[in-house]
Design a protein around this ligand. Structure first.
Ligand SMILES: [Zn+2]
Length: 176
């Protein structure tokens, strides 16, 4: 799924955890942050005047960069997440801490991507093995219901935004 949508839905679900919501949201975009950093880096390295700046080709180069491939796989891996979670539980027990909120947001990202990536799915158990679990639908690929997903997702997305606005307005009224 889109990074921004990961963040939005995580915010929507955890918004009542007022002190921790930002950590949940940060965790939910964490596995994709490497793309943005690398994109900026490449855009600066291969600037417009060299005439090689083409958005499409930079995006492709970025996804093919060995460092991006490794970080992407580490970020979308269950074993990596599990190891960090076990260390966190050993250190902080079961209490819901900011770091745990980051990890839960992160897990949500892995699960949603598992369901919404087909051809571009990554090995779930990386680096233990390279078996790829392909999701039932793709969030973008028209060959795997990408268009239908996009339409249905947009409806839910707009409905959720309206819901949040109504909620805000009601809260403001009740405070008066
Ligand atoms: Zn992702």
């Amino acid at each position: 799924m889109n990074t921004i949508h990961h963040g939005f839905w995580t915010y929507f679900i955890f918004r009542k955890q007022i002190h921790l919501v930002k950590y949940f949201v940060f965790g939910s975009i964490l596995p994709d942050i490497v793309y943005y950093i690398m994109f900026l880096y490449m855009a600066i390295r291969y600037p417009i005047e060299e005439n090689s700046f083409e958005l499409h080709s930079i995006v492709h180069q970025m996804f093919d960069h060995p460092l991006v491939i490794v970080l992407r796989q580490l970020g979308h891996s269950i074993p990596v997440w599990l190891v960090l979670m076990i260390i966190t539980i050993v250190l902080t027990r079961w209490r819901l801490s900011p770091w745990k909120a980051i990890l839960y947001g992160w897990l949500g990202h892995i699960i949603i991507d598992l369901l919404t990536h087909v051809e571009d799915a990554v090995p779930l158990l990386y680096p233990l093995n390279d078996y790829i679990v392909r999701g039932p639908i793709s969030y973008w690929d028209p060959d795997f219901y990408g268009r239908e997903f996009s339409i249905i997702h947009s409806i839910f997305f707009v409905a959720a935004i309206v819901y949040l606005i109504v909620e805000r307005v009601k809260l403001k009224k009740s405070k008066k």
